[in-house]
Design a protein around this ligand. Structure first.
Ligand code: ZN
Length: 207
């Protein structure tokens, strides 16, 4: 009994330490709903945009007949501030073919911006600040407490291997998605989570 009481207090403590701002996208209520039991996978993205305000503009764009668009559930700014734009009870459009059972976390990072598909500019230059990664691991651990079936983690680049013609040379192909990319510190993240990485970029620490 004492043990259970201790676990409960520990969980509330964790929840209290995670600061996040909830600012739902205008179309959130038009997204399909799901049960919390369906949530099994975390997908890590980076925005490949200059800042959070630009990411918001992209997120708000209506792209589908349902009146919805593309976005992650959570956005983490470079200073570590966490924003929830789509509550995980809704299915956000953040990764082709894997939306139904996943939560998308977007890190604000320029990636290949603004020449996403230029064949000579496929290497991202902006590293991920420690404070942003700390916020990410705090969020991941909180989501693991909230969603008991959440077991796996992966980078977007591992779920979308499609290529497109490069913008400078139509005969050259480049990766459509490279996020979160080679500068993302998978080792640090995997040392701080019990989730299993199903991608190619990280070694699991808890198998
Ligand atoms: Zn992505």
């Amino acid at each position: 009994m004492l043990e259970w009481a201790f676990i409960l207090v520990a969980e509330i403590g964790t929840a209290k330490h995670m600061k996040f701002t909830s600012n739902p996208l205008p179309y959130q209520a038009l997204l399909e709903k799901r049960t919390s039991q369906e949530i099994e996978l975390l997908v890590i993205h980076c925005t490949e945009l200059p800042d959070l305000a630009t990411a918001r503009e992209y997120g708000e764009r209506i792209l589908y007949p349902s009146g919805t668009g593309n976005s992650g559930h959570y956005y983490i700014d470079s200073g570590g501030e966490i924003h929830c734009w789509v509550s995980p009870e809704f299915i956000a459009h953040h990764v082709a073919g894997h939306n139904q059972n996943s939560i998308g976390i977007e890190l604000v990072n320029t990636g290949r911006f603004p020449n996403w598909f230029h064949s000579q500019q496929q290497t991202p230059k902006e590293s991920y600040p420690q404070v942003q990664i700390k916020a990410l691991t705090t969020l991941i651990n909180q989501l693991c407490l909230q969603y008991p079936n959440l077991k796996h983690i992966v980078g977007h680049e591992d779920l979308d291997k499609r290529t497109v013609a490069s913008s400078d040379n139509p005969n050259k192909k480049v990766q459509r998605k490279i996020d979160p990319g080679p500068l993302f510190p998978w080792d640090t993240v995997m040392q701080n989570t019990t989730l299993i990485n199903i991608g190619s970029n990280a070694q699991n620490k808890h198998e």
